[in-house]
Write a protein that binds this ligand. Structure first.
Ligand code: SF4
Length: 164
């Protein structure tokens, strides 16, 4: 099955701080979870994508958070600069890739203002989470694409088994 994966989870240095969020090398993750991840990566067709970079933002970049979760959406960075257009473009490009390639499932980084599927930060830069998805995850889910995060590898595995 084709799976879209946040590039940072695959170990690519695309995060705002120039680092990655590699699942394979995360010391906090259990070996069993890493094993599921490696099996999924080896047995499926992987599409690595970073919505923020594809939306035109640099590496490194100033961290940003969503301040308006409904239309008109607003995303600002820690310097107060409006980066909404970059987040919207990144989300649109990710959706276009999924539609063009027939990708129906994604593994995306939890809590990211782009990739988080369940939660992200509330726009106050105070480390406060809200139960709302990031911009790209939201657009994908609204278009029928299943989105899992790195704490949901077992669920992703079950989804793939059922939908092969
Ligand atoms: S936008 Fe997504 S893929 Fe890119 S660094 Fe952030 S969480 Fe990772």
């Amino acid at each position: 099955m084709k799976i879209l994966v946040s590039s940072c989870l695959l170990g690519e240095d695309v995060r705002f701080d120039g680092a990655n969020s590699s699942i394979a090398y995360n010391p906090k993750l259990r070996f069993a979870d890493k094993e599921i991840f490696m099996d999924l990566m080896c047995e499926n067709e992987i599409y690595s994508f970073c919505p923020e970079v594809e939306g035109g933002l640099s590496i490194p970049r100033i961290p940003a958070q969503i301040t308006s979760f409904e239309k008109p959406f607003k995303v600002i960075n820690e310097n107060g600069e409006d980066v909404t257009i970059n987040f919207l473009m990144g989300a649109k490009k990710t959706l276009d890739l999924c539609l063009n390639e027939g990708i129906k499932v994604a593994l995306m980084k939890a809590k990211s203002p782009s990739c988080g599927n369940l939660q992200t930060y509330d726009g106050t830069f105070s480390q406060t989470l809200v139960d709302k998805p990031g911009m790209t995850a939201k657009l994908l889910m609204e278009n029928g694409i299943e989105v899992f995060n790195e704490t949901q590898l077992k669920e992703l595995k079950s989804f793939i088994k059922k939908n092969k």
